[in-house]
Design a protein around this ligand. Structure first.
Ligand SMILES: Cc1ncc(COP(=O)(O)O)c(C=O)c1O
Length: 384
């Protein structure tokens, strides 16, 4: 139970250090009491409040996002719900873009209303509607840099100005873009949130989330994390830190692959439409140029002719591309949005979000692009 500690030696570890300890001992009871009273900042006490490995992950993401501070969570949804829980109270309204991850959509439309917090949803480019919604009084404005799953790009500069005029904090889910493509704080975001499960981790081996921003805005969010407990485990923070070392390489490769795949899909007769912001004729291309330096990220969407049935047959023919939820990792994954990621939306809401019956979302990994194109083409050809 009490092995003797190894003798200390000079030399600082180069790789991130995993500290799984849930609790920390103090030499003196007074220092222990002081650190406990402060909870954070005066020494590590208990890993629900703060942990060195989790802190290292928070610093890394804050640094990449250009934020002063960050708080890690057990999942992207834990981060998003803690922002709402920490910032809103009964009677508040949230103005949000309609192009959202399904879990965030149901949080806003079903869960929060039970606590007296209502949300008004607008198309992300309905600037008049958003300005009006904000002027009517809103606690927060919420959107995704690249909306899940239709990869519609938010004009963060315009939206940031609208939020600023109304004096409403803009919260941006930057999961699809990652800080390599875009840093929403530079466009007026007050808080940036990520599902670290996706590009930050990047290897399909962890579930995590993080919120970044100013210490003042993060304070109530951090309070939810530390008191209610949806915190990131040190091991997942360590995996995320390890993944982040290759974030820019993976993002570049995924973006290049996605563009090559998008072009191949657009040329196939079974594909009705391809949605990818870096494609030459995509309506969001000018925004992708302005916000992401011309890159489009690793995700794209496409509509298959033949609707849900064709989408099922096509996916069953795939050999290299995996039928699996999640995105932003090394492997290329495909989902049929209406039956996997956006089941929370009814037919009307699916239509409003631009999700057709044949819509598939492809998260393009870092494989050889020719192998991906071969696999997708053979599956399309075999769909008949
Ligand atoms: C844009 C976006 N935000 C948030 C989430 C939720 O993240 P998590 O699954 O880590 O809770 C997801 C999950 O797919 C997502 O795509």
């Amino acid at each position: 139970v009490h092995p003797p500690p190894a003798a200390a030696q000079p030399g600082v570890p180069l790789a991130p250090v995993l500290v799984p300890s849930s609790t920390f001992e103090f030499e003196e009871s007074e220092a222990f009491a002081d650190a406990t009273a402060a909870r954070i900042g005066s020494g590590y006490v208990y890993s629900r409040w703060a942990n060195p490995t989790v802190d290292a992950f928070e610093s890394a993401v804050a640094d990449l996002e250009g934020a002063d501070d960050a708080e890690a969570f057990a999942s992207g949804m834990a981060a998003i719900s803690s922002i709402f829980l920490g910032t809103c109270k009964s009677g508040d309204r949230i103005v949000a873009a309609r192009q959202l991850y399904g879990g965030t959509h149901s949080l806003l439309s079903e869960v929060l209303p039970r606590f007296g917090v209502e949300a008004g949803l607008y198309d992300v480019d309905d600037y008049d509607g958003i300005a009006k919604g904000l002027a009517e009084g809103a606690r927060l404005f919420y959107c995704e840099t690249i909306g899940n799953p239709r990869v519609k790009v938010a004009d963060l500069t315009t939206l940031g100005e609208l939020a600023d005029e109304a004096d409403v904090p803009m919260i941006v889910d930057n999961t699809f873009a990652s800080p390599i493509l875009c840093r929403p704080i530079e466009h007026g975001a007050s808080l940036v949130v990520h599902s670290a499960t996706k590009f930050l981790g990047g290897h399909h081996d962890l579930v995590g989330g993080i919120a970044c921003g100013s210490p003042q805005l993060l304070e109530p969010v951090r309070h939810v994390a530390r008191e209610l407990g949806p915190v990131l485990s040190p091991f997942d923070a360590w995996l995320a830190l390890r993944g982040m070392a290759t974030l820019s390489l993976r993002l570049e490769r995924s973006s290049d692959n996605a563009l090559a795949v998008a072009r191949a899909l657009a040329a196939h007769p079974r594909v009705e439409a391809v949605h990818y912001p870096a494609l030459g004729d995509d309506p969001d291309k000018p925004l992708a140029d302005a916000l992401f330096g011309g890159r489009g990220g690793g995700n794209l969407g496409f509509d298959l002719t033949g609707g849900r049935d064709a989408a099922r047959r096509f996916q069953d023919e795939l050999r290299l591309v995996k039928r699996a939820a999640s995105l932003g990792g090394t492997h290329t994954l495909i989902v049929h949005a209406a039956s996997i990621t956006h089941t929370q939306l009814n037919a009307e809401e699916l239509e409003a979000a631009g999700i057709s019956e044949g819509f598939c979302r492809l998260s393009v990994g870092i494989e050889e692009p020719a192998d991906l194109i071969d696999d997708l083409t053979q599956a399309l050809d075999a769909t008949g």
